[in-house]
Write a protein that binds this ligand. Sequence first.
Ligand code: ATP
Ligand code: MG
Length: 716
Amino acid sequence: MTLPKNFVFSDPHSPTPNPAEESDDARVAFWEKQAARLDWAEPWHTAHRFERPRIVGTDDDGLPEFSVPEIAWFDGGKLNAAYNCVDRHVEAGRGQHVALYFEGEPGDREVYTYARLKDEVSRAANALLSLGVGKGDRVVIYLPVIPETVIITLACARIGAVHSLVFGGFSAEALRFRVEDTGAKVLVTTDGQNRRGHVVPVKQNADDACAGENSIEHVVVVRRTSRPGRKTPAGVPLSPSDKGFRSKDEQAVPWTPGRDVWWHDLLEASSTVHEPEFFDAETPLFIIYTSGTTGRPKGLVHTTGGYLTQTAYTHALLFDLLPETLDEQGEVRPDELSAENDMSKVDSTVHWCTADLAWVTAHTYEIYGPLLNGVSEVIYEGTPNTPHFGRHFEIIERYGVTNYYTAPTLIRSLMGAFPNGLPASYNLASVRLLGSVGESINPEAWRWLRDNVGNGEVPFVDTWWQSETGSTVCSPRPHDPQFAPAGTFPDHAPHTRTKPGCATRAVPGVSTRVVDENGDDVPASTQGFIVVDGIGPSMARTVWGNPQRYLDSYWKHYGERGWFLAGDGAKVDEEGDTYILGRIDDVINISGHRLSTIEIESALVTHPTVIEAGVCPVEDELTGHAAIAFVTITDPENLDEAGLRDALRAHVTREIGPIAKPKDVVVVRDIPKTRSGKITRRLLGELYQGRDLGDRSSLQNEEALDHIADVLTRRR
Ligand code: ATP
Ligand code: MG
């Protein structure tokens, strides 16, 4: 991305110093202060322990071999995650505050106050206990986005069981891998799910996934589709504990007597009273599988005290819950280091993270973060374009959503659906903050969302983080001067103040740097690797069942320095702000020039015909790599493929330079993506080169691959 030459802030950064950049002691002290956001039954004795990788020998090639690093935070402390998310708000007199607004795809709705959520989580905890689930047992949760998903997740946490959520759209194969890898005792699933206006059976997938060798003792089935919506025939809303209504389709759900249990039958026998037990801070809370864009999914393990601390803090920081103070110049500033929230902000927030609950984004900013901070939030089942593309805007209006946190892929599809901007009939005035996560956001998409949903003026947090880091590492803050109202910095036109697509800098308490292969800082505006050189407490502790892979994937590259290699390329601009350039494997090296696929995609989507673009490297005898662009376009019926190819090559040449122009442009119906909306560039490259695709189990739209394979065969 190119920034205007005169680009300068009068005050580029908030004056708050980052404790992680002062010293390791200041960093640890900061997190100890933030841990006070949680209720602890017992205090910790050791705030932080980090055993860096040490050289323990040499391998056959004479290269050093390292020990696996060990990380612990708040050792000795005891707490309960579910108590912190739910009970303590009720105890503080906020039981009637809304925790969840649920929107089902068929149009059914439910509201859970914190008091109701406490009853349901307690009852669910008793139900799991009645199945023999206890501390340390793994529970795989294969559900769509329905209230039970949140409730059962929190119930696991409440009894010390380790949850692992699996995207409801995954195949039996993808589920089987996770059931076997976690060694789960219980699998929770549904009879079916609502997707794009249809009922999709699910239980059979669950059965197929459990067919091999595994430790599953029970398959618990939440009734979702074998009853109409969530209402009785008389139109009375059902609570999840309802047991009254049996549909005639019930027989259609495949059933293994003895192993399979209806969730509502379990709830019927369970009380809403449950005394939480308090667990060690380092008790595993969940296992999250990376989407596998770069190979076999890794089960990252997150533990309780550290994960919750950083989650609660970053949610408050980025979604604007912190109190404000006056700085030395008399200007209003948020107190970025505060360990307390401004309760009037908490009370007026309606948070909406649009991610599927199985994604790490949802664990942190849809389940734990918002509930730890006691705000109201929206969850919704289905897809943004069913029944129509205005669904999200109707939801924003209905609940007065204040924070809209979504992914670049969704923004791009909205841009395609509303090429002339959003109809003025939607009232989106409640929105006061936008956010995005999952991929580098194309500046075009950033501007579209901010102009159309944020009235051209609200702050936009572009949060960079990973399943591994557990919560946000780099992001602009909502109070950054770049989001100040027009006129605040009169020397600069508003469009030169903002940095669309820039993750800016590390949040307080963590630090990053962008380095080359040897670990030396790269000069400004040069591409390097981003590493976390001062970790926060929500860093993943290991890869489930495979500590060696934890070392090999993240730590051994910079060895005894103890830097975490994130696997993304990045650059730092003249002002010290970090741009994420996509994963290292997505870098294209054309004639020795390292280019980012994201930058080429961003250039392509600024062309009026292109809705979405996926760019991948392929081998090229002459140039090393060549870029191939896959695009979806506005008017595929009247396609002149050769004409479009020339036009797009010329367009990229103009936007970035001739070196970046794609060697080929392929028009497709849909760009293949992972469940979390990431373009699978590796698969695109393999398809184009006619290679075997390997693991494709994490895809959201597998059919897109088949279609592209057809298109490519027809062209050959
Ligand atoms: P796998 O590691 O198996 O390929 P994954 O990396 O897709 O899976 P996640 O942990 O969900 O799984 O995604 C984290 C990655 O998403 C980051 O490493 C980065 O590449 C990308 N990402 C997330 N947020 C941003 C952002 N704001 N800007 C740029 N890239 C982002
Ligand atoms: Mg990753």
